[in-house]
Design a protein around this ligand. Structure first.
Ligand SMILES: [Zn+2]
Length: 219
């Protein structure tokens, strides 16, 4: 767990996103080695990094050309930058200054915010998630694999583990604090929202993965 999971998420960017975005950073099936910690793991748990058109090392999810892989974790990215592992992975001659790890982390955070926004919009469309303020009695009869609570919605966060509403209980399998009420509201086209109840296990797994990556990038 990062030091400050309550840290405010950046405002979501309404940029167009690729269809691949809700599927994760890469397709399933093969392994790659993180240039930061040298651990091998499934491609979908790593982010691909490449060389941008401006000559800077940058996030290169889904891009063509030479790439290397890194965990979306601050320690891995900073270690790779310090040891010049990105340059080695990309077969570049290291310049006088290391790769800007802060810029790379910002790009990953922006990517993850866009992915989370995409997942929420798909979830609303598919009715695999519902806003806490729209919570109705019959939803309590369904299983709730995940509740995403805005970090500044403390009254919801404190009761989210076992939420009592209208005499019925919702016991989510997971709770994640993420963004602010205004951030969640922005995703939903309203001024603010306390929490999202995720009703599909598949959607919950994708959101947990993205939110945990986002938290892992915090300093
Ligand atoms: Zn790593």
């Amino acid at each position: 767990m990062a030091k400050n999971p309550n840290k405010k998420a950046p405002s979501p960017q309404q940029k167009p996103v690729s269809r691949a975005m809700d599927k994760g950073p890469a397709c399933l099936g093969s392994t790659r080695t993180c240039v930061g910690c040298r651990e091998s793991c499934e491609r979908e748990k790593l982010f691909r990094v490449g060389l941008g058109t401006d000559g800077q090392v940058c996030l290169a999810v889904g891009a063509n050309g030479r790439g290397c892989w890194v965990h979306p974790k601050r320690t891995c990215i900073e270690n790779a930058a310090k040891r010049r592992s990105f340059e080695r992975g990309l077969k570049l001659t290291p310049g006088p200054t290391p790769v800007n790890s802060s810029a790379l982390i910002s790009q990953m955070r922006e990517f993850l915010v866009r992915r989370i926004a995409t997942l929420i919009s798909i979830g609303l469309r598919e009715k695999s998630l519902v806003c806490e303020s729209d919570f109705v009695v019959n939803i309590a009869a369904l299983s709730v694999p995940l509740v995403v609570v805005a970090s500044d919605a403390t009254e919801v966060a404190s009761s989210a583990k076992v939420k009592q509403q209208d005499g019925l209980r919702v016991e989510p399998q997971a709770v994640r604090l993420w963004g602010s009420r205004a951030d969640l509201g922005h995703f939903l086209g309203r001024s603010e929202e306390n929490a999202l109840l995720v009703l599909s296990a598949q959607m919950a797994a994708k959101l947990v993965s993205s939110i945990d990556c986002f938290v892992g990038l915090e300093g």
